[in-house]
Design a protein around this ligand. Structure first.
Ligand SMILES: [Zn+2]
Length: 271
């Protein structure tokens, strides 16, 4: 990166590598997602309520969460486990890929796993693989699953590979998270009036720092039109400066000339 994009390398050097490089992630998050889409999704759900007063906004969130918990429980009831439906789908794909790999057993713990493109070292005891996917996601990668299958073939370990997937992906954990419900509440007409003496006042107005902006911000269309005029408000055309023939000044000047000619003609006729 230093050779190919020096500027980009310099910018990234100012940010700790653990914030942007998978090679430096600790694995504590048990997730290798780099996006904050969860916040984006929640924010999108709140579009109808976020400009409302605080009570209305909180009521919107409460109703939304109540509905969400019910919907999640319906999905959970249909799932078979042992992992959550999405985690099971991901892990099934990993298991399918693992069947294509060659495993070389070193001892009961260490395995060298080869594919046509790569070669990785799996340590089943430490739950690590040199591809780092097992470390980062806490879900065995295809190399690890291939090693686990090899262990089963050699009677070292009998059990499903899902047992080595971290409990955060288990259906039972997901059910535990959603076991509580948000209790229904009666309407505002039944609410007890607050005894809190504090009066809600509008926030204090703060004068903005710096000189206040006098000119308004121009829209995109206006800015494009402005680009056709020079500093003296003359229209430019292909590099040459030309005066607009329809301007008011030219019109007034021509009118004055006509009037003067008429006056001179009248004076000439009267003499
Ligand atoms: Zn791996």
């Amino acid at each position: 990166m230093k050779i190919a994009e020096p500027g980009f390398h310099e910018k990234l050097s100012n940010i700790p590598a653990r914030s942007w490089s998978k090679a430096h992630f600790s694995g504590r998050a048990k997730c290798d997602i780099l996006l904050n889409n969860i916040c984006e999704v929640f924010n999108r759900r709140l579009i109808g309520a976020r400009d409302k007063p605080v009570i209305t906004c909180l009521e919107f969130i409460r109703v939304y969460m109540t509905k969400r918990i019910v919907n999640v429980k319906k999905i959970q009831a249909k799932a078979h486990g042992p992992l959550t439906p999405h985690a099971q789908e991901v892990f099934n794909k990993i298991k399918e890929e693992a069947s294509q790999l060659n495993v070389l057993m070193v001892d009961a713990v260490q395995y060298q796993v080869n594919s046509s493109r790569s070669q990785c070292v799996v340590n089943v005891k430490n739950k690590t693989c040199t591809c780092r996917k097992w470390d980062l996601t806490s879900m065995p990668c295809k190399h690890a699953v291939a090693a686990i299958n090899d262990m089963a073939r050699n009677d070292i370990r009998i059990g499903v590979p899902e047992e080595l997937v971290d409990e955060v992906y288990w259906l039972s954990t997901w059910k535990k998270v959603y076991e509580n419900v948000i209790n229904p509440i009666p309407g505002p007409e039944n609410w007890i009036t607050s005894q809190c003496p504090t009066k809600l006042l509008p926030p204090k107005h703060h004068k903005q720092v710096g000189r206040p902006q006098k000119k308004r911000k121009k829209s995109v269309g206006e800015a494009e039109v402005e680009a056709h005029f020079d500093s003296e408000r003359k229209m430019t055309w292909k590099g040459n400066t030309t005066k607009c023939s329809n301007s008011t000044a030219v019109y007034v000047r021509n009118a004055v000339y006509v009037m003067l000619l008429l006056v001179m003609q009248l004076m000439y006729q009267t003499h």
